[in-house]
Design a protein around this ligand. Structure first.
Ligand code: NZQ
Ligand code: ZN
Length: 391
């Protein structure tokens, strides 16, 4: 199979590097009216000084600041509606999200809901590909490397009532600007850093392990990115203030999700579907859930994509091919991935993840979307089997 046809555009302007917020934020906000809604999570930005830095800049720029805090991990649709109400009430002209994927995704969803009077769930979230609408402008300041949400229109929102965690990528929701200062990630706790680091790896693997298998630019870039993510995650664990490691992780996260390596590929993302529904039912951590699922899923499908799994083993995980059959090489690659997961302290079972034994895994499996781009299209029964194996 050859590369898929594609059209490429990415409208987010990225400012990268130490000091970029101080240097550019004031100037960037000038284009967007007087009232900025400052959106953030549980308060880490107040402890590490980012909040003070940003509010001082906004004050000096003469902005009226409306605060919207408490955006939780796995942001809920209810929180989106709360944010939209606040934005409408204050006639906000720019949303400024400071945080990780949860804050950025919630902001994107708010950016639609704040300019829409109908039922946002019905009219946007349930209808992939149908979007002709100009949302409220959004700018983001990234504080943890992982999702790559800063450079795409994707947002993943949990509808708690319906028990659905779903993602959509609308290009109009791309942030207008993204400020990426690697030093802002120094204070991320190790648990969250490795979770975000594995999410980066997962995004690349979900793209790499799909057709085409024949020579293509995406697979070549992906191998370099995966090796870089592994190397720099190890370095950042050794020294959380390693600027080079933090820079590489931050940029690898963006590169994995700015659509570049997706071009021409069919893409899998079945593991993401499984993790999202696990999250909808158990509120588990995204990167941790992926770490539990990936090795088990890959042992399930490797035979259907053997050449790529073999290539992954030798080119990414450093497995020696000597005296091994193709299958043995592929399996050694998956084992090396699992060893890396253990090495960096991520969970390897649903029990480690805190999933209760009374959890109805069948109901969760049945709620997972079945992705067409996988080397082997899953059935709900197979997903249930994978969940049980993960337990
Ligand atoms: O809430 P605060 O107090 O700020 O603490 C956060 C949060 O507890 C903390 N944190 C962030 N930056 C920090 C920091 N702590 C100290 N110092 C800092 N500099 O980190 C914790 C987790 O943050 P969160 O935003 O939840 O993590 P992540 O970036 O992994 O985002 C996860 C969400 O993004 C979705 C996931 O499903 C999940 O809902 N995804 C979004 C994607 C997208 N839009 O493209 C793609 C992904 O596949 C993913 O599904
Ligand atoms: Zn992810």
């Amino acid at each position: 199979m050859t590369m898929n046809n594609f059209i490429f555009e990415n409208s987010t302007k990225v400012f990268f590097g130490k000091g970029c917020v101080k240097e550019y934020l004031c100037c960037l906000t000038k284009a967007y009216g007087d009232t900025v809604m400052l959106c953030y999570g549980g308060g880490s930005i107040k402890k590490n000084g980012i909040y003070d830095e940003v509010t001082n800049i906004l004050e000096a720029a003469g902005k009226t600041v409306v605060e919207f805090s408490g955006i939780m991990a796995n942001p809920t649709y209810a929180k989106v509606l709360e944010g939209a109400k606040l934005a409408k009430k204050n006639d906000v002209s720019l949303l400024l999200g400071i945080g990780g994927g949860s804050v950025m995704d919630c902001c994107k969803a708010i950016s639609i809901a704040a300019r829409y009077d109908g039922d946002v769930w019905e009219d946007f979230w349930k209808r992939p590909g149908v979007f002709d609408f100009e949302p409220l402008p959004l700018g983001v300041i990234v504080t943890v490397a992982g999702t790559g949400s800063e450079c795409n229109g994707g947002a993943v929102i949990t509808n708690e009532e319906l028990k659905i965690k779903t993602g959509r990528d609308y290009p109009q929701c791309n942030p207008k600007f993204a400020l990426l200062d690697p030093t802002y990630t120094y204070s991320v706790p190790k648990k969250q850093m490795v979770s975000g680091g594995f999410d980066i790896l997962s995004h690349i693997m979900e793209i790499y392990f799909s057709e085409p298998n024949e020579d293509n630019v995406s697979d070549d870039i992906s191998e370099v990115l995966m090796r870089s993510a592994i190397r720099n995650l190890r370095a950042a664990i050794q020294n959380p203030q390693d600027y080079t490691a933090r820079s590489n992780l931050m940029w690898a996260a963006t590169m994995a999700e700015n659509r570049v390596i997706k071009l021409g590929k069919r893409m899998d993302f079945e593991c993401h579907q499984m993790e999202h529904q696990l999250g909808a039912y158990t509120n588990c951590n995204h990167g941790e859930g992926l770490a539990v699922l990936h090795p088990v899923y890959y042992r399930h499908i490797y035979k259907y994509g053997l050449p790529k799994f073999k290539r992954f083993a030798t080119e990414v995980m450093g497995v020696s091919a000597e005296a091994k059959t193709d299958e043995e090489i592929a399996l050694a690659g998956i084992e090396a991935l699992e060893d890396f997961i253990v090495e960096i302290g991520l969970p390897v079972s649903l029990q480690d993840l805190g999933v209760n034994e009374n959890t109805d895994l069948k109901e969760i499996a049945d709620s997972c979307a079945l992705m067409p781009g996988s080397y082997k299209k899953m059935t709900h029964e197979e997903i249930l089997g994978i969940f049980k194996e993960c337990y």
